[in-house]
Design a protein around this ligand. Structure first.
Ligand code: SF4
Ligand code: SF4
Ligand code: SF4
Length: 324
């Protein structure tokens, strides 16, 4: 238990976590408790269940806890992976939209359209005290055998709002409370490192948006599986809603965008020597735009890739629905 926190406060936080689950889903609160508290046992179990290699356990847990975590993982895997059933999924967000998510100050309850969050379940945006933020160790990089960054640089998961931020900061030793300004710094450093900002929605987090992760192809559970699917119609991760537009008069065919793209979604056409985007593969991450030395690429809204998870747009939509 962190210094300055007593048992009465922990009880209050536990009750708040239980209250966050809807009446019909109260039994899921046990899964939520297990997931948030023993996150690294959970990720180890899920990587193992899907045939991935794992390193030494990060969190020491009793055999009973390990069995309960495994049951939770089995339950999640059994639900299958489609946009109808997925209970843990994310959406790529560009840096400005990610920064908006960590700088909200008002409580709100918004339901994004399926164009914005294209999954049938686990998709609400509920902010309770969104300026309460917890930063902690990436549960994917913590369990893979050779992570791309050392443990000291793995603080890349930003949990937003109550009751999750307080729960995880007090009951998971790898998390601590940070300010929105700290969270912005983490996002900026992660972007410079070439990591993708992903907004995650998870059933064990009471079926709602819960965190912004900063992911990589080599360690991230969602992105490692991307090549198996090979398209942006993906049951784990939705594209950003933006896509690159190439100005062919400015493109010199250098291929830097092709080298930078982690999704093999932009290629220099042999005949024309101009870059061409594959909208079935593009995730709208924007890194090709940054890589282009000629300034020939501009990210623009692309309806084929859905709508951006932009909290201002979501609030405006909710306000116009209220006005009728
Ligand atoms: S989803 Fe990304 S940042 Fe989150 S735990 Fe996995 S790799 Fe880490
Ligand atoms: S084409 Fe550009 S925006 Fe699309 S996935 Fe590749 S790097 Fe990202
Ligand atoms: S990086 Fe720019 S100039 Fe080079 S091929 Fe890509 S779009 Fe063309």
């Amino acid at each position: 238990m962190p210094k300055g926190i007593d048992k009465a406060q922990i009880d209050k936080i536990n009750k708040a976590l239980f209250a966050a689950f809807k009446l019909d889903d109260k039994s899921d609160a046990i899964g939520g408790y297990l997931y948030l508290k023993y996150m690294y046992a959970f990720s180890r179990s899920i990587f193992q269940a899907l045939g991935g290699d794992v390193g030494e356990p990060v969190q020491k847990v009793s055999q009973g806890t390990e069995e309960m975590v495994k049951l939770l993982v089995d339950q999640i895997i059994t639900r299958g992976v489609s946009k109808e059933t997925s209970v843990m999924h994310g959406k790529i967000v560009l840096p400005d939209d990610a920064k908006k998510l960590v700088t909200q100050t008002q409580d709100m309850h918004l339901i994004p359209s399926e164009r914005m969050i294209p999954f049938k379940v686990t998709r609400e945006v509920i902010f309770e005290n969104p300026d309460s933020i917890a930063l902690g160790r990436c549960m994917c990089r913590a369990v893979v055998p050779n992570p791309c960054v050392p443990p000291s640089e793995q603080n890349l998961c930003i949990w937003i709002g109550e009751p999750h931020a307080s729960f995880i900061a007090t009951q998971n030793e790898y998390f601590r409370k940070v300010t929105p300004r700290d969270a912005i710094q983490v996002l900026e450093d992660a972007h410079k490192a070439g990591f993708y900002h992903c907004a995650y929605f998870e059933k064990p987090a009471a079926d709602r948006f819960n965190c912004v992760c900063n992911c990589c192809h080599c360690c991230c559970f969602g992105l490692r599986n991307w090549p198996l699917i090979g398209s942006n119609d993906n049951p784990f991760l939705a594209p950003s809603g933006y896509a690159p537009v190439v100005r062919s008069d400015a493109c010199n065919g250098c291929g830097d965008c092709e080298k930078r793209c982690g999704f093999q979604a932009i290629k220099v056409d042999e005949a024309t020597q101009k870059a061409v985007v594959d909208l079935d593969r593009c995730m709208g991450c924007g890194f090709c735009e940054e890589a282009c030395p000629a300034g020939a690429i501009e990210m623009r809204l692309e309806p084929k890739l859905g709508e951006p998870f932009n909290i201002d747009a979501l609030k405006a939509e909710a306000a116009s629905q209220e006005r009728g």
